[in-house]
Ligand binder design. Sequence first.
Ligand code: C2O
Length: 486
Amino acid sequence: MRITLKTFRVVFLAALLAASLVLLPVANPAYAQSLVRKDFTTLSPSEIEDLKQGIEVMQSLPADDPTSWLYQANIHGCPNSGDAPCLNPGPIVQATCQHGSFFFLSWHRMYLYYFEKILGAASGNPNFALPYWNYTYPNRDRRQLPAAFREPLWNNKPNPLYIEERNDGFNDGGALTCTAVDPRRALRETDFLTSFNRLLESTPHNVVHSSIGGWMGQVSLAARDPIFWLHHANIDRLWDIWIREGNSNPTDPDNPEDRTWLETEFWFYDIDANDGEGDFVTLTGAEVVDTAVQLGYLYDSYETDQDFASNPECGDTTRRILTNFRKEERNRLSLFSSTLVTDTLSGSPKVFSRPFSSKPPFFNQRRSNVEPKFTLSSATSEFLTLEGVEYDPEQNLFYEVYLNLPTPLPANLNPYYAGNIALFAFPQGGDYTLNISDTVRDEIARGELTNPDDISVTFVPAALQGQTVFDDPSSIRFKNLRITAQ
Ligand code: C2O
């Protein structure tokens, strides 16, 4: 009989449960059955070996085997040519990843769940759990790729965790920027469908993809880089952190959107199905809202360190990029004076000054006896939109967006930071929108934004902490830049 992971789990868990019944009262039996996904940096050497072993076994299988590395990666996305391209007609599950929709978090949770079973069985460790990359930290060492992913060799043969195609700096110990990993904007949203899911997808999710670059920078190849899975485990953990902060998933079957989120079925391959023979199966959102009870796993920690302001390194790179840039560009800041802004973002910062195609309509002018004051009603949101965005599919950087950066540059750029633009999985030709309300509101409150005609937008390319020059940067083209209110 084929020993499946399920068999292992049942035997192991029975033993665990028996032991725990003797030793301590079990408060919640469901939790006693959970695998624990750990922070990669806490894994023992033998747990790291299990991970490498499992990947190597999956990679040794042919691409048409649903438990192979390439098949699993192709469930996410597949390339049009090259190694294991998309098949037409395809297998039952191919290129089905959900991005830019409210299925982003739930689909990737399902995907990891079945992948973890396959990888666990291949690893030979019955208690295997997918680790996560805990980059959500101001400390630089947490934002580096873990060392085991940067070593080309393992036992004198290729290390399955090492992928040469990544942005060079990461395999040399470079770190993600603080703006890439900072989850605060997403975590403070309270509505799952309209805001939280979307913002978390953007930062850290898309930004980490575009920063790592190489396969990770392209939907069609991303899941072939092993760091993809640890990145997504962390995104999945951030979803649970948000839940533990008191927020809730869609639950209302009378609301059509909730209902769609809860009931839409997605296909995967389950090695435990069909009595351990393996088969294609479906899951719905409603079936993945509680990881412990429904899927049998927990994370070792639901903490994040969000004290980015205390690390002087955060923001330092941006300041250096801008300082160099301003020396060269000082006299060209109002370059874009036509009402139609068509431009390209690439390896240098770019500043756009007014006028934009439409005057920002979001200020209510209030008469005071001193000078005009502008306020922003709390019901109004302001959006910066890049219209008609086209980009190189292989993304290897992202852009930090700043509003009204003063001259000379202040020591702390955070008060002017409005968010990130990262185009992983973004539809070609679409309009990219960033909510800039908080930054605008804060600048008004500080008295730094007193005139709606006086707004400038600065895009600063970013990928690695400390990297100020971008060789061969991917580029973004857009037809127009607008600021609008809703
Ligand atoms: Cu489906 Cu991180 O991507």
